[in-house]
Design a protein around this ligand. Sequence first.
Ligand code: FAD
Length: 480
Amino acid sequence: MTTAIIVWLRHDLRLADNPALFYAAQQGRVIPVYIDDTSQQDSWAPGAASRCWLHHSLDNMHQQLNGQLRLFKGNPVDVLTQLVNDTGAKAIFWNRCYTPHAIARDSLIKQTLKSQGVEVFSYNGSLLWEPWQVSKGDGTAYKVFTPFYRNGCLNAAPPAEPLCRPELTLFNEPIPQQLSLTELDLLPHHPWKNRITDHWDISEDAAWRRLQQFTSERLREYQDARDIPSLEGTSTLSPYLQWGQISPRQIWYYSQQRGNQPGLEEALDTFLKELAWREFSYYQLYHNPAMTTENLNQRFNQFPWKHEAKHYRCWQQGRTGIPIIDAGMRELWQTGYMHNRVRMLVGSFLVKNQLQHWHHGARWFWDTLVDADLASNSTSWQWVAGCGTDSAPYFRIFNPVTQGQKFDPDGHYVRRYLPELKALPSRYIHCPWSAPDGVLNQAGVVLGSSYPLPIADLKVTRQAALQAFSSLHEQPEEKS
Ligand code: FAD
């Protein structure tokens, strides 16, 4: 095979079930390429935690490709045009990305390259169903998750079966302008970068091990354990999905194969439904490209948000004085991840008890989550704020104390991330301000000194949120 074929890798950093790589391998000598895209103008370029993850993912991919992953930095249209000239490549293959920036960028690149006589082939490598494949009987898009999943997705053609690792013949001649991984400069310049690798093994094999371990050891308990933040009750596959070390089709089919046993039906159904929330998020973003910054429910455009920088900093740093909130925010800072239930609680606290715009929460998550995903993050923050199309109603305001008592009854999660409260009896672990002085003394807790007093009175702020919400003008809501 003499023809050179470029495979432009993006959020698909794996060898198995990689359609672009698989089909390119049948056409010629493959040039696997990653471009650090500097053309992104919409300020949703990957955040610090994502870039750290990306660094290690590229390192792993480079090793898997016998040192032949080619790295570049710049505007992809320029980099690819130059690459075609330098290598004589006849075609470019990629797996589709679905953010508004990627869609616009890729269609421009497709046009440009085609006009230069280069063939372009694109595939679905990161979704179970393409967003344009699922629609209601009248051709319009679904707005509510359950009918989207049950009627739309499950009645559509089943997701394609995963592909095996291809036999690759790699192009191994030198290419000008190629950079080293260090020259891409993806790692953040603070000690935080080590925390990510202390907590995560970042490779395609590690993603597989995690899936295998989850399905064999934890799927059975998923239904209940997934809401308990102190347990490892979920798959923690989200960052691997985000950078593509594993594909949703691999998870979908492998978990069905492993979960096909008596007694696992409900757990499997719940797990697949969660995976489908990711699909729904992509679906929503595809049909509402402005939703990264604009409320889906426009009634919220008049919401009287307040931005208090001091309280926002307390929230970011895990110093609000509300233990479950602080534990969640410190888990995020220390590991680049936060348990889903706690994400909902910290989101609700910021948006409802603090009346801060959901944008501020979404931004902080964008920079600090290793699984930061524009579709899931925007959809989830709109869900938390009550302005998404299928959201919890705004007036349902989580009480972080009762939620903590319900989902972390012995305070194991809080104690893990707030060692200063470790010795408090469980009865007071979610509300240290209600503990008698003697109990606080004995536990070595000095409120306002070793641990903050709450920055918000939960009852008062709840009332203020309800009042702010009731000031919005009614607008008929569409449900389907
Ligand atoms: P599991 O329970 O094992 O679920 C399996 C997979 O299903 C996940 O890996 C994920 O891909 C998908 N999934 C599960 N729950 C959801 C959900 N609610 N929405 C979308 N997909 C879901 N998820 C992200 O991947 N990136 C984000 O940037 C992100 N931001 C969020 C922000 C907020 C405010 C909230 C409340 C949730 C956010 N989520 C986000 C969704 C969810 O918290 C994570 O997907 C989940 O915690 C990942 O852990 P897991 O892999 O163990 O999940």
